[in-house]
Design a binder for this molecule. Structure first.
Ligand code: SAH
Ligand code: SF4
Length: 355
């Protein structure tokens, strides 16, 4: 059973699979079907307190609220950008902060969620990485971001991506548990292929993820087509070199015969955006059933800038010869610093100094 508790030491039932809620209910002498009722109330009927679970007896509701919680994250601030992108700042029970971002598009609305407060991997272009790791989020804190956003957003959420703060494969167990609840038809009922886990390349976890047979989408943050450049901008490449990363992805693709893997490539002007790098990308990725998402980097205080438009065009035109799909991501929500690589530093620092 998980030990994910808040500061008050009450356990949150949000983020627990129905089977674990069942074990807790057993301790209270309640039958198994009560657990399914409660699980349904949390995810389908979107209640925020036990008091609202009106088909449970008053006594049971009281016993539950004496022992358990349903909410552990509190909305501190919501901003909406000119392009409709919404940024949510959440205050956690230990007064840390994380963010989620909703990106509305013509055919889908994606919520980008966090898996950790900060990140230990220190990619040189990423604001979250510059904070270091403060802590892992619990499965409940991860699920709650989606539950609460579903209530608060102007848009109906169709997709979930783990591309907010943190590295989900460093917080593997809780990220997977949260994804399973999101993908469970009795849980948040989001189609599993519309849930995407993004990793910067924690190779042993890519093997574990494959062998565990999880059905969610996988995105790899690549950002460089060769080892020496990757090592310069992503310290994790020193630990898990590019050839080992590619071998793990080949293993994943063999197991997932019908899936495609997505590669993310943040373009940093003067660092990884030359014609030579575009050509190297084609040779590296051609053997793999994949999609490449090219992302002109978002400006933060780390000193990198996106390529000028002509330069971007040239890079992309070379990739047009590739046998895989290439997309270029529009920058979203920049006026509210809601874009990838810009998340949550200001507030975190404030919280550290105040305490
Ligand atoms: N740690 C995981 C998931 C969270 S990061 C990962 O790295 O995949 C989410 C995405 O934001 C990654 O693809 C990351 O490379 C990207 N990102 C980080 N800094 C960025 C920046 N300055 N501009 C654009 N994207 C950035
Ligand atoms: Fe961590 Fe991902 Fe940022 Fe790298 S890009 S520092 S792995 S959150």
């Amino acid at each position: 059973m998980t030990s994910d508790t808040d500061a008050s030491k009450k356990l949150s039932l949000t983020g627990l699979p129905a089977s674990q809620i069942e074990e807790h209910l057993k301790l209270l002498g309640e039958p198994a079907y009560r657990a399914r009722q409660i699980y349904n109330w949390i995810h389908h009927r979107k209640v925020e307190s036990f008091e609202e679970m009106t088909d449970l007896s008053k006594l049971l509701r009281k016993r539950l609220s004496d022992r358990y919680l349903l909410r552990t994250i509190v909305l501190e601030k919501k901003n909406t950008a000119l392009d409709g992108t919404e940024k949510y700042l959440w205050k956690l029970s230990d007064h840390r902060f994380v963010e989620s971002v909703v990106i509305p598009e013509a055919r889908r609305n994606t919520v980008c969620i966090s898996s950790q407060v900060g990140c230990s991997l220190g990619c040189s272009f990423c604001a979250t990485g510059s904070m270091g790791l403060i802590r892992n989020l619990t499965a409940g804190e991860i699920v709650e971001q989606v539950l609460q956003v579903r209530k608060l957003s102007e848009h109906k959420i169709t997709n979930v991506v783990f591309m907010g703060m943190g590295e989900p494969f460093i917080n593997y167990r809780r990220s997977i548990q949260a994804s399973q609840i999101m993908g469970d038809p009795q849980g948040l009922a989001i189609a599993t292929k519309k849930i995407t886990i993004s990793t910067s390349g924690v190779v042993p976890k890519i093997y574990q993820y494959t062998d565990d047979g999880h059905p969610f989408g996988l995105a790899i943050s690549l950002h460089a087509p060769n080892q020496s450049l990757r090592e310069q901008i992503m310290p994790i490449a020193g630990k898990f070199p590019l050839d080992e990363l590619m071998a793990s992805i080949t293993h994943y693709m063999r197991a997932k015969k019908r899936n495609r893997v997505t590669f993310e490539y943040v373009l940093l002007h003067g660092v990884n955006d030359t014609a030579s790098e575009a050509r190297q990308l084609i040779s590296l990725l051609s053997p793999i059933r994949c999609k490449l998402n090219v992302i002109p980097c978002n400006q933060n205080y780390l000193g990198f800038s996106p390529p000028p438009p002509e330069h971007l065009e040239k890079f992309v035109s070379i990739l047009m010869n590739a046998p895989f799909t290439v997309t270029v991501r529009k920058n979203r929500g920049e006026d509210i610093t809601a874009a990838c690589g810009q998340l949550a530093v200001e507030h975190q620092e404030k919280s550290i100094y105040i305490r």
